[in-house]
Design a protein around this ligand. Structure first.
Ligand SMILES: NC(=O)c1ccc[n+]([C@@H]2O[C@H](COP(=O)([O-])OP(=O)(O)OC[C@H]3O[C@@H](n4cnc5c(N)ncnc54)[C@H](OP(=O)(O)O)[C@@H]3O)[C@@H](O)[C@H]2O)c1
Length: 355
């Protein structure tokens, strides 16, 4: 891209209004803005991949959580992998591939604060948004630091075929645990058992979850890594062992709720002296080097596998994000905003990539 003419138009997806319940396409607007001139110290990036993540639903609400909401009319927040196409900062040159937080847009012009350079020879650049990025770090610290998973224990994880859950079960196996996944379809359950080598999987939409979990976990549950909350958390709590740990990673079953959720029975936590602990991956960046060393080696050796669900084109980001909250994604959900120079052109219709 070095020396090529810079684009003059930046396509952006803005938050148009705050959703009530599940988001719809009308909550977003897609606009073309003029690209402003680059100033000294700034870098222009072309977005290659945009990450779509459950936390974005929270940012669409007015209420402040651990991070401030997206303002109405503002570009939706999001992690990105991009190519530098112009630089007035000596630390960056055109062609550099970078991890950033440029949001739902095709271009970004700003000072390069918080840009992390990526080496495509280490792993496919898209993995910096998934298995070797924030979701992978969530799995790693949540399972090993918060969950304290130990060899021989039974680890159960929900949203098991997704970006976080798929890594949790595989790292659990790599650490000598029995890994049991909970997912929302037969196909997803087959994937985590047959492809990712979990010991068992349970479809939570398939009738009696407590009964199915009991069969999958004959020795009970030592770590329940909770990505979803609600009825699935309630079922897992019924089977926890003495001294069990429950890293509370996410509560996606409640993200579109308009009423406060009906809580699970927490009595087994008391009876079994179990620890439930919420955590945010962003508090654990001190673990990034250890995480990349371990998980990078596992990804390269093929022991830690990942699946990407790549949607083509920024205009499809709202619909894809709505689907994420309904379980329509299968694997780490990404938007390919522009061509990936490190990966051959994808045959139309063959957008899903799995290692
Ligand atoms: N604490 C942290 O720092 C941190 C960081 C990253 C992510 N997270 C959390 O981790 C969880 C998974 O995130 P991810 O990025 O890996 O997403 P993901 O699993 O790739 O995609 C979301 C999945 O959630 C499941 N889901 C959606 N609605 C559900 C419902 N009502 N009940 C049960 N499951 C439902 C769906 O799978 P099924 O078809 O299997 O239902 C869907 O495919 C989220 O709760 C997220 O907020 C936390």
């Amino acid at each position: 891209m070095a020396g090529s003419i810079l684009p003059t138009v930046n396509r952006q997806v803005l938050l148009r209004r705050r959703p009530v319940g599940a988001p719809t396409n009308d909550d977003f607007s897609i606009v073309d803005s003029a690209v402003r001139d680059v100033r000294d110290g700034e870098v222009v990036r072309r977005t290659i991949y945009l990450s779509l993540d459950p936390y974005m639903r929270g940012r669409m609400n007015e209420a402040r959580s651990y991070a401030k909401p997206v303002a109405l009319g503002e570009v939706m927040v999001g992690g990105t992998v991009s190519e530098v196409i112009q630089s007035r900062d000596p630390a960056f040159t055109p062609g550099d591939l970078v991890l950033g937080m440029d949001g739902w847009q095709s271009l970004a012009v700003s000072a390069p604060t918080n840009l992390r350079k990526l080496d495509p020879n280490v792993a496919p650049i898209s993995t910096a948004l998934g298995v070797l990025g924030m979701p992978g770090l969530t799995a790693y610290v949540g399972l090993l630091d918060i969950g304290q998973a130990r060899s021989g224990e039974t680890v159960v994880v929900s949203a098991a075929s997704g970006a976080v859950g798929s890594a949790v079960g595989q790292i659990a196996r790599l650490k000598g645990c029995r890994a049991v996944g909970i997912a929302g379809s037969r196909e997803k359950c087959d994937y985590v058992v047959n492809d990712l080598k979990f010991d068992a999987a349970v479809n939570y939409k398939d009738g009696n979850l407590v009964h199915a979990l009991r069969e999958a976990c004959p020795n009970g549950i030592d770590v329940y890594f909770d990505n979803v909350g609600g009825a699935v958390l309630a079922a897992a709590i019924r089977l926890i062992n003495r001294g069990a740990r429950i890293p509370l990673s996410g509560q996606i079953s409640n993200y579109n709720a308009t009423e406060p959720p009906v809580g699970p029975n927490l009595v087994p936590l008391i009876v079994n002296r179990a620890l439930i602990r919420g955590f945010l991956a962003s508090d654990h960046f001190d673990r990034y080097e250890a995480f990349l060393k371990d998980c990078g080696a596992w990804v390269r050796s093929g022991e830690l596998r990942y699946r990407e669900d790549i949607v083509e084109g920024l205009d499809n980001a709202p619909q894809a994000f709505i689907g994420l909250l309904e379980g329509r994604n299968f694997g780490k959900l990404l938007v390919r905003v522009s061509p990936d120079p490190t990966r051959p052109v994808v045959t139309p219709g063959l957008q899903t990539r799995a290692t």
